[in-house]
Ligand binder design. Sequence first.
Ligand code: IPD
Ligand code: CA
Length: 291
Amino acid sequence: MPQPETHRFSTPLEITPEQVRELAILCRTLAHDAAQFIASHRPPRESVADTKSTPTDVVTQMDRDIEAQLRGRIVQLRPDDGLLGEEGSSKASTSGFTWVVDPIDGTVNYLYGLPGYSVSVAVVWGAPDPATWVQVAGAVVRVSDMATWWAGRGIGAFRGETVLAINNPVSLGACLTGTGFGYDARLRALQARVLLEVLPAVRDIRRVGSAAVDLCSLAEGSLDLYFERGLSPWDMAAGTLIAREAGALTIDHEGAPPSKTMTVAGPSGLVLELAEILRKTGAAADINDVR
Ligand code: IPD
Ligand code: CA
């Protein structure tokens, strides 16, 4: 007798390492082709097509075109899988797998012609919700140099074919720490206050402008630690898997899975230390209550 969808989604993921690898390679191919298209079609001066949550939260025609291309290929290659994309794609899954895509992570960098933007493609098992999903495979490609990071659940994380492993700094004070800021001015004011406590405690702060690249930089050791409030599922779906497969702990500020409220990633002891500072500074406070 056919099982209702809810039953099927609650069943544990049964997948072989070979199948995980196949999905990871598909993520890599899709992200690579999208990145190549962006690299060869970016106009010399890009313009804003629209704004989303606030006037600083911009979208370009390229964001939309790339998401449409990814959607077309995923529907063709994996017709039973679901899809969630930053620019509005939403399709229910009948297979249990859902693709979570960010056509351009770091749209502001893309707009200004700065190098830190990427394409992020991931596939998860279950609902595309970071609280419950099982991340199966993911890939991030930074367009400026086509750096390609990818990972599969239980099979490791790679840049090209090189196996990735995070750094293991001796103390919080030795950590080059990546972060990012939201698009809401009230959230930014709170994030600035949190930085007053974090910045003196770490080696330095980097704000590259693509959460997906930050998480991959952590995975390959060009950052030691990362935290950010406000990430959406598409910002983190590939990146947190890549970081974890490279040895990182990825949690929110209270030890639950990363979420819109907070993402902290890095070596476990230092992540717990940073999470404590984030709790003490009220980094996850309701922005309506912040003065
Ligand atoms: C943004 C980037 C940025 C991060 C923001 C994200 P977008 O994604 O990842 O680094 O700080 O939180 O929203 O809007 O450029 O796709
Ligand atoms: Ca994004």
